[in-house]
Ligand binder design. Structure first.
Ligand code: NAG
Ligand code: NAG
Ligand code: NAG
Ligand code: NAG
Length: 630
């Protein structure tokens, strides 16, 4: 066998990238990817004496986790198992990748796993309640990258408040007083909206949006009165504390307790659009579309804190659910606090099938796409209040463009187009002055001017971008776009989740109205070849098992996939349906495809430059061949 076949420069580069650059550092053993024990270079534990606050800053930046909050040593996040990393990481603090940091010489004193270093990264570095008569009530102040400020209450609700109360060891939220009850602070006012489900450990774990938020009046600062810590124990009992019942929050409190009623939609960046699902008597079920209209949809949106309803969707346009059909003939008047308070047939009584499942689109539901363009290049458009509109380019920076590309699944870098047409824009122009900063890890968190359908009126002001990656999947399902529509191609019924560019990750396929995973039983290179081809990501580099890119949720659609390698799609390969229950998500299959090449080149270039700096002292004469790499 010739060497070329085995180690083409392309495959070699890619392997180098996978081994050295991507995933050089990981945080493990914490409660999120942004907190845990530091592991570098395939799982080597790092000693606390070799790793300082500057290295921690680089790690948090590389992992897109904000800033370093603490760097605990002494195995705070548990001890590792593998070998120890044996030299100091001497970062300046401004590197983009930990692998770029200079390293000291090997240590002569041994270091043990008991000295394993950890890092906790966060953009929110503190939460507190001020100006209340007890420690468990007051105005909500949030510390962002070291600066305390007051939180605006525009989307502050009881679920968010519960999370804060519990985090502060103050029980649950009894009420969220409005009207500047606890005065106003002197610091900045954060317009971040938290979208908590009520079960998160702290607000920093809830999805956050800030895009398009309106200025905050002093009467609109977030506040909460918590029950106090002793009330916590009785919270999930059927006999709720008197105060909780009186405050009318029994339903909301229920979210943190098993066995109560809940409502959910398919997750968006913060607010939602999707099939309505209700949790009742221990199982999730759907709602029939008979008589389903905007006033019913409005109750759902309001209940979720997602504004008004822009569309009541029927005929399982967001896919067919499974299990119970809980409600039929829902006829809300508009004053109800929850969907189940509306007049309707009794629970589980219906003459419907899942093909009639109801859905909603809420006004605060947001999505991003590139209009008028091909693949990962075009006019940046945002979906809000039921309408697509463009984004003005005032104050647009590369940081903002890169977060937009990331959100679109088009790689993590891009450029702003400069050759633009002139003339007037038609349609909505939703956003102006989107200013993403270092503290933002998603496009939706970036501050901007408030939503306004007339944000810019000249075509030259519209944002057109070109991203470095390729698009792995159609943007979030709005209306009948793929993969919901019956006219979708196989290409649109697969995605790679958890990688950076959409060309590697956990393999998920679309079936019967939802995304599900593939079991790793007999998952091999032939199967990966087919998946990579279907993804449009070139040849496969590796077939990975045991949830290498994390565990999925939802159904496991395929088990024991047996592709020959030449099939056009995974769906065309022989496989067992995954509903036998034989597999679990810890066996989710994943792929790495060669389409990650663009990112690989960038990393290798950085590594090469660093090697040149470190190992070739004195003036360097770079030959023709070498310059090619630069
Ligand atoms: C506390 O709240 C009161 C009103 O309830 C207000 O007069 C006072 O200025 C507030 N103090 C601070 C520090 O915000
Ligand atoms: C709920 O309260 C009842 C009576 O007050 C008690 O017997 C029961 O153990 C409690 N259940 C839980 C889960 O705390
Ligand atoms: C819905 O409720 C209204 C009263 O709020 C009533 O007039 C109407 O007939 C009801 N519709 C159905 C289909 O039951
Ligand atoms: C959203 O749409 C509704 C109804 O179409 C309209 O009344 C409201 O003003 C819109 N909101 C914005 C911010 O444009």
């Amino acid at each position: 066998m010739g060497m070329e076949g085995l180690l083409s420069p392309r495959v070699l580069c890619l392997l180098l990238w996978v081994q050295l650059c991507r995933g050089f550092v990981q945080l493990v053993g914490g409660d999120s990817p942004c907190s845990g024990r530091v592991e570098v270079h395939n799982g080597k534990t790092v000693c606390d004496s070799d790793f300082g606050p500057k290295a921690a800053e680089v790690v948090c930046r590389e992992l897109q986790c904000g800033t370093a909050l603490s760097v605990p040593g002494a195995a705070r996040f548990g001890e590792g198992v593998g070998p120890m990393w044996d030299r100091e990481l001497q970062c300046a603090g401004n590197e983009s990748l930990l692998i770029s940091c200079p390293r000291g010489s090997p240590r002569d004193q041994p270091c043990t796993h008991a000295n394993a270093v950890g890092v906790t990264c966060a953009q929110y570095t503190g939460f507190r309640l001020v100006n209340g008569s007890t420690a468990c009530e007051g105005r909500v102040e949030v510390q962002v990258l070291g600066t305390w400020g007051t939180l605006c209450a525009s989307r502050w609700d009881l679920l968010d408040a519960h999370v804060l109360c519990r985090h502060l060891d103050c029980g649950f939220a009894e009420s969220i007083p409005r009207g500047g009850h606890f005065g106003s602070g002197t610091g900045p006012v954060w317009r971040d909206s938290f979208h908590c489900e009520g079960t998160e450990a702290h607000l920093g774990q809830c999805p956050v949006t800030a895009l398009g938020a309106s200025p905050c009046s002093p009467e609109n600062h977030a506040a909460v009165i918590c029950s106090g810590h002793e009330a916590e124990l009785s919270l999930c009992n059927t006999s709720l504390p008197e105060s909780a019942a009186a405050a009318g929050i029994a339903e909301d409190v229920g979210v943190v307790c098993a066995g109560s009623r809940q409502v959910r939609l398919v997750k968006g960046p913060g607010c939602y659009a999707g099939r309505v699902e209700i949790y009742y008597q221990g199982s999730w079920g759907t709602v029939c579309d008979d008589g389903w209209d905007l006033s019913d949809a409005a109750i759902v949106c309001q209940q979720l804190g997602c504004g008004g309803a822009v569309e009541a969707v029927g005929s399982a346009r967001f896919g067919e659910g499974s299990g119970q059909l809980w409600l039929d003939g829902v006829n809300c008047s508009g004053t109800e606090a929850a969907l189940w308070d509306c007049p309707a047939g009794s629970w589980g009584q219906h003459d419907c099938a899942h093909k009639e499942d109801a859905g909603v689109v809420c006004s605060d539901f947001m999505a991003l796409r590139l209009g008028n363009g091909s693949n990962c290049s075009g006019r940046l458009q945002v979906f809000y209040n039921g309408t697509w509109g463009s984004v003005c380019s005032n104050s647009m920076t590369l940081q903002t463009v890169s977060l937009a590309c990331k959100e679109l699944g088009c790689g993590d870098a891009g450029t702003l187009e400069t050759r633009l047409p002139s003339g007037r824009v038609s349609g909505h122009t939703w956003l102006d002055r989107v200013e993403c900063g270092e503290r933002n890890s998603s496009f939706w968190q970036c501050p901007s001017a408030p939503w306004d359908p007339r944000s810019c009126d000249d075509l030259r002001e519209e944002t057109h971008i070109t991203c470095s990656g390729r698009r792995p999947e159609t943007a979030l399902a709005v209306g009948t776009v793929c993969p919901n529509s019956t006219s979708c191609t196989d290409r649109e019924k697969i995605r790679a989740v958890g990688g950076e560019s959409g060309c590697s990750g956990r393999v998920e396929v679309w079936q019967r109205g939802s995304w599900g995973t593939v079991c790793d039983d007999s998952w091999d290179m032939q199967d990966a070849e087919v998946a990579c081809r279907q993804l449009g990501c070139g040849p496969a580099v590796s077939a990975l098992d045991e949830a290498a890119f994390g565990e999925g949720t939802g159904p496991i659609w395929l088990e024991q996939v047996e592709c020959r390698g030449s099939e056009p799609s995974l769906q065309a390969c022989w496989a067992r349906p995954g509903d036998s229950g034989a597999c679990r998500h810890k066996e989710d299959a994943a792929v790495q495809c060669s389409g990650d090449f663009v990112a690989a080149i960038q990393c290798i270039k950085e590594a090469y430059e660093k090697m040149e700096r470190d190992f070739l002292p004195g003036p360097v004469v770079v030959g023709q061949e070498a310059t090619v790499l630069k």
